[in-house]
Structures are given as structure tokens and as C-alpha cells.
Design a protein around this ligand. Structure first.
Ligand SMILES: Cc1ncc(COP(=O)(O)O)c(C=O)c1O
Length: 496
């Protein structure tokens, strides 16, 4: 670089290379030995604060080498490792190594993917990523969309597009209070909390959401859905959107999407699918039937940082007619010079979503899609589902475990000590206390990381495998860990 300004933040080429290579060496070693470390050190905030220290904001800087060594040590030794093969909590995947490199590259070039002129190639790559994601799940490649930070944002982005499409046109100027009818949203009672957040934050109020009960299979009861819509119409409200879930957060159940699509057609409602977790499983031919109806969706949310193994953050909103996104989000302030183009209108992603300046999160998704292609993803997702089924089977076969549910790659189960299986009220209450204490213990213990689900009033342990590093051996070992820890916790509670 011929620039001779000596800025405090600049790192000279040779130093950048030497520190960068060392960092890559550390990361390679870290990834290679993930399975030898505890999943989490389980340190409480007070310990972490002590390790971090409480020095005030420094007046002067420090050598880059020291800062990077210190940050590496802090993070590698004091973090929960969701790349660990025995991490199965919530829905966070093992991050694909190519995504780590992609984030470094994206930050190096630093395109602002809000406008085409600021990110010419990055915008084209994001457009291709969106098209490939549509092809991945099996909807038309003509769906348009945008990469966002995760599932909540992907659903919010679609929610607002649905409202623009279905609400009275003057709400843009007059606001929601001008609508003479209350705008109503419908979803199953198992839908992720984003719906409530959207209804509250976007001014509808939580009472505008109808939480439709589920049937015996835990899918939204579509008869009750239709009844609720009819009743609201009779009461003078305006239904505008139905949310179907493709893989519910607790148990992985996929709603009857075809049925919802047909109700939406009958009543002219926006059909949105929250597929943040489960929709990548639509790639598996054996599961075709389960995902019937996704082609009818007006919008879908999916989350590459869940079952496409992308490092955080990466979500995606897909919309059948992308004009609904620009109708919702586009604005043309006089200080933007982004629309002129001799070759047709420019694709400016600030017009597709809530963000203005945007990072290049599409790169890590695009690179992983290229690295393994359709067949690579098919194999990994199929294996995750197979491991989850094995988990359920091993729990079924074990005298001290109760296998509760299995769907997609989520298994729920609970520890039931011998003599506590008779389902009496007292036993059920005790089993809930026992399994909750067991989960707390497991989550801090570092041997394996699971989360919880409440299924039919039962407090369950929940294992969600969106982890390309998990093997049969890990599942077998986790079963033994649960039983050993469960026994210990039972003894502890009984002697209290
Ligand atoms: C079905 C579903 N929707 C939405 C979300 C929210 O996703 P995120 O945490 O990426 O915002 C989740 C998270 O687990 C989910 O499972």
C-alpha cells in the first residue's frame, strides 16, 4: 500500500499475515479437538467476569497479537461449544467451517448489501443464494427474498409483507388505528414466540392472534382454524394471515400445510410457513408427503443457521411475489442515488427488508451450498433424522427412560426411575421436578447439552440434532449419561 498515513487501526501486511496464520492454526486445532472438550464449562457470570477482568475503557491501545491471543483464549476455553458433537440443545447447528472462512472474506471486502451499486457482486451472490434456497426446499425459483439475521427476523419480514398485501391500503398513511376492522392472525398453539412478538411490536396487540389448538398428532387442528376464521368474520374482524409451521420448535411436527393452503384460498388469506427449523427436510424424498402444500405459500421463513449448518447469523425470507416486499419496504429518499441503471431496475436489498446497511451474510450460505450441493445436504439431513430416530429407539428400549415424541430430528424423552411409571398425579408431579432438575444439571455439566420441551404436561428432555458432527456413538453415550445423571438426581431429591 502506497498510502503513508500511519493510522492507529491499520495492521501492516507482514504482521497481518503472521497473526492471521497463527489464528487460523489455533482455529484448526480447536475444531479438530472439539469432541475432547466439555460442551460447556458451565461457569457462572461471576466467574466469567473475574476471568475477563473489570479494567476501565483503555486510553491507549495494545498490541494486536496480545489482543487476539487473549480473545482466542477467552472464547475457546469459556464458551458453550455448539459445534461439539454432543450439543443438541435448542436449534443451533454446528457451524460449517467454510462459513467461518466466508465470514472472514465477507468482512474483508465489506460490501454493503443494501444497494447494488455498493455491493455489485455480493448482491448478485445473495440473489443466487435466495434462488438456490427456493430450489433447495422445492418451491418455484421465482420466489424472491432476502437474507436476514435469523428466524424471528425472517418471520417478521414476511409478516409485514402479508399485512401490506392484505390490509386496507391506507394504513401506510393513516396507521393501523384507521382500519375499521381488527386484522386477525391465526397459528397453531405450538407456533414459536415470534408471532406474539410481531403482533405486539407491529401494533396489532396480542389479542389479534388466534392460537388454534392442535390435534392428537400435535398439528394445528384445521377444522378449528376454519371455525375461528368464520367466527371472526361474523364478528366483524378481518382475518389476514395464517401461519403454518413446518417443524415446530418443541417437537418438530409439521402442520397439514395443504389443508391450511386450501383454507387460505377459500378466505383469501396470506399463507405463511414458518419453516425456520424444519423446512430443509423437504429435500428428503421420503418426506415429500409431509411437506405437501409448501408450493402454495405466499411466504416462507427458513434459517440457514439452523439446519443448513451456517454459522450465526443467517435467516431467509422467501416470498412468492417479491413485489410484496418492495411494496412494504421500498422508499426513495433524495440522498440515494441507487435506482439509475441502463439495464433495468437495480436490485437494492434495502427495498426488500427492514435493514438499510446490510452485511454479506449470504456468502457463508452460498459457499456451503456450493461445497456440498443438494446431495451433500440430503445425506447430512437424512443422517440427522436417522440419529434422532435411533435416540428415540434407545430411549424406548431402556427400562428407565420414557421416549415421548420423535419428529424430523427432534426427540423428546424423560427419565423415569423404576417404580415411578404408573402415571399417578403424585408421580407425574415428581417426574416433572426430577427431569427439570436433571436438565439443569446436564446443561451445566458439560458432558452433553440438551434442552427441554413440555409435551402433554410432561417436562421432557429434548434433543434436536442439527449437527453434522454427531455420530451413533454420541447418541449411545448420551443415553447412558442421561440415565447415570438421572439416577444421581433421583437419589439427591429423595434424600432431601
Ligand atoms: C420454528 C421456529 N421459528 C422461529 C424461530 C426463531 O429463530 P431465531 O432464533 O433464529 O430468531 C425458531 C427458533 O428456534 C424456531 O424453531
Amino acid at each position: 500500500m502506497t498510502n503513508n498515513r500511519d493510522s492507529a487501526l491499520e495492521i501492516k501486511k507482514e504482521e497481518f499475515k503472521s497473526i492471521g496464520y497463527q489464528l487460523i492454526d489455533r482455529i484448526a486445532g480447536f475444531l479438530d479437538t472439539l469432541d475432547e472438550k466439555p460442551v460447556t464449562p458451565g461457569e457462572v457470570p461471576q466467574i466469567l467476569q473475574k476471568i475477563l477482568g473489570n479494567s476501565p475503557f483503555p486510553d491507549n491501545g495494545s498490541p494486536v497479537q496480545d489482543i487476539i491471543s487473549n480473545a482466542t483464549e477467552l472464547l475457546m476455553n469459556h464458551s458453550l461449544l455448539n459445534g461439539h458433537p454432543k450439543f443438541m440443545g435448542y436449534i443451533t447447528s454446528s457451524p460449517a467451517p467454510i462459513g467461518m472462512l466466508a465470514d472472514l472474506l465477507a468482512a474483508s471486502v465489506n460490501p454493503n448489501v443494501g444497494a447494488h451499486i455498493l455491493s455489485p457482486m455480493a448482491t448478485e451472490i445473495e440473489k443466487q443464494t435466495v434462488q438456490w434456497l427456493a430450489e433447495f426446499i422445492g418451491v418455484s425459483p421465482d420466489y424472491g427474498g432476502i437474507l436476514v439475521s435469523g428466524g424471528n427476523m425472517a418471520n417478521f419480514t414476511a409478516f409485514l409483507a402479508a399485512r401490506t398485501a392484505k390490509a386496507p391500503k391506507n394504513i401506510k398513511e393513516e396507521g393501523l388505528t384507521s382500519a375499521s376492522k381488527k386484522l386477525m392472525i391465526y397459528c397453531s398453539k405450538t407456533t414459536h414466540t415470534w408471532v406474539e412478538k410481531a403482533a405486539i411490536l407491529f401494533g396489532h396487540g396480542s389479542k389479534s392472534t388466534r392460537w388454534i389448538p392442535t390435534g392428537t398428532t400435535n398439528k394445528m387442528d384445521n377444522d378449528l382454524l376454519e371455525k375461528a376464521i368464520k367466527k371472526d368474520l361474523k364478528d366483524g374482524h378481518q382475518p389476514f394471515m395464517v401461519v403454518g409451521t413446518a417443524g415446530d420448535v418443541s417437537t418438530g411436527v409439521v402442520d397439514n400445510l395443504n389443508g391450511i393452503a386450501s383454507i387460505c384460498k377459500t378466505y383469501d388469506l396470506w399463507f405463511h410457513i414458518d419453516g425456520a427449523y424444519g423446512i430443509p427436510a423437504a429435500i428428503v424424498p421420503e418426506l415429500n408427503q409431509l411437506f405437501q402444500g409448501i408450493k402454495e405459500a405466499d411466504s416462507l421463513a427458513l434459517d440457514p443457521h439452523k439446519w443448513l449448518y451456517s454459522p450465526l447469523e443467517a435467516g431467509c425470507t422467501l416470498v412468492k411475489n417479491p413485489k410484496h416486499l418492495t411494496d412494504t419496504y421500498s422508499s426513495h429518499p433524495e440522498y440515494y442515488n441507487f435506482s439509475k441503471n441502463d439495464h433495468g431496475p437495480a436490485l437494492n436489498y434495502y427495498e426488500y427488508g427492514l435493514q438499510n446497511s446490510r452485511g454479506f451474510r449470504a456468502l457463508k450460505v452460498w459457499m456451503a451450498l456450493r461445497q456440498v450441493g443438494r446431495n451433500g445436504y440430503l445425506e447430512m439431513i437424512r443422517e440427522d433424522i436417522g440419529l434422532s430416530q435411533l435416540f428415540f429407539q434407545l430411549a424406548t428400549d431402556h427400562a428407565e427412560l420414557e421416549a415421548v415424541t420423535q419428529s424430523l430430528s427432534i426427540t423428546t424423552l424423560r427419565y423415569v426411575p423404576s417404580g415411578y411409571g404408573d402415571k399417578s398425579e403424585g408421580n407425574e408431579k415428581y417426574l416433572n421436578t426430577l427431569n427439570e432438575a436433571l436438565l439443569d444439571n446436564l446443561q451445566l455439566g458439560g458432558k452433553a447439552f440438551l434442552s427441554n420441551a413440555i409435551v402433554n404436561h410432561k417436562y421432557c428432555l429434548r434433543a434436536c440434532i442439527v449437527n453434522f458432527r454427531t455420530s451413533k456413538k454420541d447418541v449411545e453415550e448420551i443415553i447412558e449419561i442421561i440415565v447415570t445423571e438421572g439416577k444421581g438426581m433421583h437419589q439427591k431429591l429423595r434424600t432431601k
